[in-house]
Design a binder for this molecule. Structure first.
Ligand code: NAD
Length: 494
């Protein structure tokens, strides 16, 4: 990957994107389109089909037909594996094209996007391709005159609603296990980051996925997302995004066919630094990266920094130094540490949180404002606010932007109490050289993921999911497969 290659790709015009239904590009039934503005400069990048409820229904009908005739589910596992491995290869072969397209659409810094997006998506698809012929049924320990078998069957049609922060990575977390288990999928990308995911879906067809097995419909969440949620013909709905939408999806399910709903929602993840941390300078650098990469638009972002009072001032100064060294700028430059915020709406929301924090007694140590406004793009300086009380808005509500709130604590018990004082429970970290304390923090802080002396690292072998209002049903790892299968009992009298 070099800058010249990236610059050449960014200069290419982006064609309009249509739905992908039954293996073909299809316009919206009323011919409507949505403008796609690039967060890099606020300019029109291209358009996508502005889907209608009828478009979603036809994508679901196509997926249902594909499932019922067994063109995918009925193939031998080795054949499905071959297609998925080929797809992963194609994603890798087109990695830079996919990453640049995605960055032009959502603003993530390219250095991160190339790894976290096509790199991670290809790895995820490959992981589930390799796993699919290692999922066995079971024989139950029944009475000797009975054969009790447990079959693992695909669920049928999976609806997947994807957010804008990491469309390929999060998309692959759903598509990999869903397709590996033989399901058909209807994909609904986010309005402000659909392009690279639509391109990745096209590559699946090029890899040999039969038409109709993966359909993708663009458009507004409240229109096509709602139609998917209310469909009587979607068996499982998987979602990453905001709590508000997650709540709606559960309502849609209750009002329609009671489809299973798996949610990965946001967080307010605590990064807890004790005075006995092994390396405070390292902890400070990682704390800054742990909140500010991708402009804080990361579901596991360490957005609450809890610092032992005895080292508070010194540690905050270190984090501020590390933060000020992160250059905000054009996300398609390899030397940019922090790219653009996804949309103007999101940027305004972030700035509103800073104002609210100030009105609640917080103090801005660095950042706090929009920058590079002359570019027309949506950029915000990474922002640290101190004096955030545990009940302040900045400590309780997910910003999903580059805003870090700092709260001091006196004791381990107080740190745990503050850490557990939100409705969320996605991720967290503790920095300490005390082994017992490290294990106590893993046990006592209520999250799906707890890091010790690091922040944010993981790979496809471990689950990622939340507790509380951060959601249910983790992505990644072999455990994710359970969401995409039904258990069926065969009870046979011998
Ligand atoms: P959102 O929940 O509105 O959007 C996520 C997806 O849901 C998009 O594809 C959207 O089109 C779809 N959607 C929206 N309304 C829908 C509806 N009524 N029915 C069905 N689908 C619908 O989130 P957003 O507005 O893009 O971002 C807002 C907040 O979401 C952020 O501030 C952040 O808190 C959270 N978020 C979290 C994650 C995460 O990784 N956990 C990712 C993105 C956003």
């Amino acid at each position: 990957m070099d800058q010249t290659h990236i610059d050449a790709l960014r200069a290419q015009p982006v064609p309009p994107f249509l739905h992908l239904i039954d293996g073909k590009p299809v316009p919206a039934s009323d011919s409507g389109t949505l403008d796609v503005l690039s967060p890099i400069d606020g300019q029109l990048l291209t358009t996508t089909a502005n889907g209608t409820a009828a478009d979603m229904d036809s994508a679901i009908a196509s997926a249902r037909a594909a499932f019922e005739d067994g063109r995918w589910a009925g193939q031998p596992p080795a054949a499905r594996k071959k297609v998925l491995l080929k797809w992963a290869d194609l994603i890798e072969a087109n990695a830079l094209e996919l990453a640049v397209l995605g960055v032009r659409d959502n603003g993530t810094e390219i250095g991160m996007a190339i790894k976290a997006e096509p790199g991670s998506a290809a790895g995820t698809i490959r992981y589930y391709a390799e796993a699919l012929d290692k999922v066995y049924g079971e024989i139950a320990p029944t009475a000797p005159d009975i054969l009790g078998m447990i079959h693992k069957e695909p669920v049928g049609v999976v609806g997947a609603i994807i957010p804008w922060n990491f469309p390929l990575m999060i998309g692959a977390w759903k598509l990999g296990p869903a397709l590996a288990m033989g399901n058909s999928v209807v994909l609904k990308p986010a309005e402000t980051a659909s392009l690279s995911l639509m391109r990745m879906a096209q590559l699946a067809l090029e890899a040999g996925l039969p038409p109709g097995v993966l359909n993708a419909v663009t458009g507004e969440g409240k229109v096509v997302g709602e139609a998917m949620g209310l469909s009587m013909d979607v068996d499982v709905l998987v979602f990453t995004g905001s709590g508000g939408t997650g709540r709606r999806l559960m309502e849609y399910s209750a009002r329609s066919n009671m489809k299973r709903v798996y949610l990965e929602l946001g967080g307010k993840s605590p990064n807890i630094v004790f005075a006995d941390a092994p390396d405070l300078a390292e902890a400070a650098k990682v704390a800054a990266g742990g909140i500010f990469r991708n402009s804080g638009q990361v579901c596991v972002a360490g957005s609450r920094l809890l610092v032992e009072a005895s080292i508070h001032d010194e540690f905050v100064a270190e984090v501020a130094k590390a933060t000020e060294a992160m250059r905000v700028g054009d996300p398609l430059r390899l030397d940019t540490a922090i790219g653009a915020v996804n949309s103007e709406t999101q940027l305004r929301q972030n700035l509103g949180f800073v104002d609210m924090a100030l009105s609640e007694g917080g103090r801005v140590v660095t950042g706090g404002s929009r920058v590079l406004e002359e570019t027309g793009g949506y950029y915000m300086a990474p922002t640290i606010v101190t004096g955030v009380t545990p009940d302040a808005s900045l400590a309780q509500k997910e910003v999903f932007g580059p805003v870090l709130g700092v709260t001091p604590f006196q004791t381990e018990e107080e740190a745990v109490r503050i850490a557990n004082s939100t409705v969320y429970g996605l991720a967290g970290a503790a920095w300490t050289s005390n082994l017992s304390r490290a294990h106590r923090m893993v046990r006592k802080v209520r999250t799906g993921v707890m890091h010790i002396n690091t922040y944010g690292g993981a790979d496809g072998t471990v689950p990622l999911g939340g507790v509380g209002q951060s959601g249910n049903g983790a992505d990644k790892s072999l455990h994710a497969i359970e969401k995409y299968i039904n258990l069926k009992t065969a009870w046979i009298k011998l």
